[in-house]
Write a protein that binds this ligand. Structure first.
Ligand code: NAD
Length: 543
């Protein structure tokens, strides 16, 4: 651990600091005993002498688990096992596969407390934010459990020649999906994204981040209990730059969630092998408070937008653009709410914000804040690490007066820090929101819903929430979610979210006549006949 302490953080601090949430009673050690770790660790595909890597519970800094590490050879074995299981699974009717997701939905809701403990133990987030993952996964299980059949069924398409060509568009599974996931939403981004791959008939080799592997392993156990053949979901863990490329090396398709830097590397490797990839990457998301916004609702929304999971949320807001005429009134409300947030790490509901996940995240957060303050930014709320609460806690922080030379202005902090900017016209706000290479999520606040949707249409982000922070778009599971620009390629959720795990196959059956000169027609006569036919098809409005 670094020597980062409250004293090392030199930002001037307004007020007394965020209050501590009441403790939760239970400890991480009692919620995640060695017997549970051992049981879950047995689910890792790793042979030979286990080379244990230790993880730390962010809430306390204490040792959490020793986990076996997979080697590149283990990754190869994982793909072999997954491939073997995949063909039988793909041969099942879609409804049989979908039934597993629906059973998983029920089991997850029933046993949510087990995984809420694990998520909190591994990430340090508040229980409410851990519960958001349970909600998101339940929604994905319900949606793809119910709708997979419609997404995947054969679709009759117009043939080359009406009546004579019978054409069907079919969806075939890719095979084995390589799925690489980060630590910040360990349940949602491991199993949530794997569910559509499974129901589409694939196997999955998943490399979760080692820090949050227990959550993924728990989800795997539960999905197997719901009826998934055990070999169909392989979990490998190990050093990202070693095991990640090994996963890409064997995958028929790659689904990656993580930083833009790693995403580029994954994309290059997938391109070399000519396999497809979806990439869910970073962001520098903006929230726009228009002149007619409901300021109380916007202030409450901004708290959710900026500080859920302590800002370690890809779609969280790090740039707050406020109309000058309402800026003071809005900021007063927002800063008051932010200062009142209760910080804590009890394994119970009650804290409004938890800890950061690691010393690395704390260092980035403090560096961004310190640099900005040294260069002239003002702290409107927060601004300090809180080692009195746990080793990686940092207060939710609002910065004003941030200028383009400050790192925090354009770089993703991935922590509980938001910078405020003022604007005079909607055009100016849209231009500022779009002035980043990223394009993941945005949020627009206005009483005029038509105006909100008109502004949304001009924002270059994969999701836009009008009068909500991020949950409205993310939770609209039937509609796609993902990034434009440096925020990624491809989409999760909706049709794209499942069809990415399939290959389209067109099966066309020709009847009665070939599509070639026949019945004694020579080439010229055939060309004349077809020319007339093409004209007739257009005139008859065939598509
Ligand atoms: P990261 O890129 O460092 O790691 C993500 C995963 O990739 C981990 O499992 C890691 O071990 C693995 N990895 C590392 N090097 C690799 C390599 N060379 N090849 C293949 N895999 C490799 O990201 P992180 O810091 O763990 O996660 C935070 C980032 O993820 C943030 O930028 C955040 O915005 C982004 N994110 C995006 C979304 C989204 O949906 N767009 C969701 C969550 C997080």
């Amino acid at each position: 651990m670094s020597d980062l302490t409250a004293d090392a953080v030199t930002t001037e601090h307004p007020g007394a600091g965020n209050p501590a949430a009441p403790g939760g009673g239970r400890t991480v050690a009692s919620a995640v005993p060695p017997s549970l770790v051992d049981r879950l660790a047995a689910g890792v595909t790793a042979a030979g002498e286990p080379d244990l890597v230790e993880t730390v519970a962010p809430l306390t800094g204490e040792r959490l688990a020793g986990l076996p590490q997979s080697t590149p050879a283990d990754v190869e074995v994982a793909f072999q096992l997954a491939r073997r299981a995949q063909s039988a699974w793909a041969a099942l009717p879609v409804r049989r596969r979908a039934a597993v997701l629906l059973r998983f939905h029920d089991l997850l809701l029933k046993r949510q407390d087990e995984v809420l403990d694990l998520i909190q133990a591994e990430t340090g987030k508040a229980r409410l934010h851990a519960f958001e993952e349970v909600m998101a996964v339940a929604m994905a299980a319900r949606h793809y459990g119910r709708a997979a059949h419609a997404y995947l069924r054969d679709k009759r398409r117009g043939g080359a020649l009406p009546v004579l060509t019978h054409t069907v568009e079919a969806r075939r599974p890719k095979g084995v999906v390589g799925h690489i996931s980060p630590w910040n939403y360990p349940l949602e981004l491991s199993v949530g994204d794997a569910l559509p791959a499974f129901v589409a008939g694939n196997a999955v080799v998943n490399k979760p981040d080692t820090q949050t592997a227990l959550t993924a392993l728990w989800a795997r156990e539960l999905l197997v209990e719901a009826g998934l053949p055990a070999d169909l979901w392989q979990i490998v863990i190990g050093d990202g730059p070693v095991i990640g490329p090994a996963v890409v090396e064997h995958a028929d398709y790659v689904s990656f969630t993580g930083s833009t830097r790693t995403g580029r590397d994954v994309a290059r490797r997938a391109a070399e092998r000519l396999v497809g990839a979806s990439l869910e990457l970073g962001g520098k998301n903006a929230m726009l408070v228009l002149s007619d916004a409901d300021l109380d609702a916007a202030a409450a929304g901004a708290v959710r937008a900026c500080f859920s999971s302590a800002g370690q949320l890809c779609i969280s807001i790090e740039r707050l653009l406020v109309h000058r005429s309402v800026a003071d009134a809005f900021l007063e409300r927002f800063a008051a709410r932010t200062r009142a947030l209760r910080l804590g790490g009890g394994l119970a509901y009650g804290a409004d914000m938890g800890s950061l996940v690691s010393v690395r995240q704390l260092e980035t957060t403090t560096r961004h804040v310190e640099e900005a303050v040294k260069a002239g930014a003002t702290v409107l709320a927060g601004g300090r690490a809180r080692p009195d609460l746990g080793p990686f806690f940092h207060e939710p922080t609002i910065l004003d007066g941030v200028t383009p030379d400050m790192t925090v202005c354009a770089e993703e902090t991935f922590g509980p820090v938001v910078s405020v900017y003022r604007f005079d016209t909607d055009d100016e706000a849209v231009a500022a929101a779009n002035s980043t290479p990223y394009g993941l999520n945005s949020s627009v606040w206005t009483r005029d819903l038509r105006r909100g949707r008109a502004v949304a249409a001009r924002l270059r982000t994969g999701t836009v929430n009008v009068n909500e922070a991020y949950a409205a778009a993310y939770g609209s599971i039937a509609s796609p979610m993902g990034g434009m620009g440096d925020s990624g390629l491809g989409r999760r959720h909706g049709a794209e979210g499942i069809l990415r795990f399939t290959e389209a196959q067109t099966v066309a059956t020709q009847r009665l006549l070939p599509i070639a000169p026949s019945f004694g027609l020579d080439d010229k006569q055939f060309a004349g006949l077809m020319t007339g036919g093409l004209r007739a098809l257009k005139a008859l409005r065939f598509r």
